[in-house]
Design a protein around this ligand. Sequence first.
Ligand SMILES: *Cc1c(COP(=O)(O)O)cnc(C)c1O
Length: 359
Amino acid sequence: MASDDSATSGPSAATTVVRFGRPDHTTDNPLNPPVVLASTYVAGGEREYGRYANPTWQAFEDVLGRLESGRALAFASGMAAVHTVLDLVGHGEIVVAPRHCYLGTLAQLADLEQRGRVRARLVDVTDTNAVVKACEDAALLWLESPTNPAMEVADLPALAEGGHAAGATVVVDNTFATPVLQRPLDMGADLVVHSVSKYLAGHSDVVLGALVTRDDSTYDALDTRRRTFGAIPGPFETWLALRGIRTLALRVERAQANATELVRRLEKHPSIEEVRYPGFGAMAAIVLRGADQAEALTHATSMWVNATSLGGVESTFERRRRWAGEPDSIPEGLVRLSVGIEDVEDIWRDLESALDSLS
Ligand SMILES: *Cc1c(COP(=O)(O)O)cnc(C)c1O
């Protein structure tokens, strides 16, 4: 469920993204932090070496940490962040994860399981009791909500409580909702994962990841892994993400308004068997009559781009089952929509005429 902005103290997300991660208001200081390109620093301070710390990372982490009300660490990609969390799991321990979630996460889990590193239990996150039951003896409860690409919504506070009662660490991949709409740490989660490549950076030009936690020992464990294994972000990528996150609240507000309106109209279209929308955010899915119709749709628009990934300013879509690893439980005709911030009438006209052209 989306959290209420007014429920937490401190400035709202719209202010936080603009205000923080900047140099002091001292005469002649730039308003924006520079891209600091440094492999090493003069000895004796906290930074020391370019794999340990970077002022441009810190500016971005300051903003994201405040948004999620925790402390953030940036990583080379979302998958590097995912891997860093899964590396915390002890040998042979149990990870409970959604059967529908980001394919790369499922692939990492499958790889770790194949090598005997962890044991995975895949669950339907909409079935709260079943998830809590699956948490027995588990080390980690991995959650994603809304799920990719099924658009299921998990009861995060109830699952965090159930996971903790079983002794599991609770992780939420918050990429789809963004901290503008959902703050998992406030709902009881221990750790938040982001693919910054999506809404946070928001312009389809950066691959970057991040983790956020309030727990100091977890933060230190993650920081140690970043230093040691080296999945560090590039300073320029982090600067682009900081530049992008300045408009996060505006972009999410507009994209969500567009998505809400499109979903309302799509529900009435005769070519569509089902519309899946969690009720918030800018991700949705439509189910057409089979793979051919879905493929035809993704090749029949002029504005909507047939492309993977999501969360950019531009509207994109793709038939998910074109990916070999996508579970059979996702319909062949499902097209996932990442609704952009264009004029809603323009993206509707483009989508509607493509839908009308399907036989
Ligand atoms: C894209 C994505 C990831 C992986 O992030 P990358 O930045 O592509 O490595 C993880 N989780 C979700 C939900 C994603 O959409």
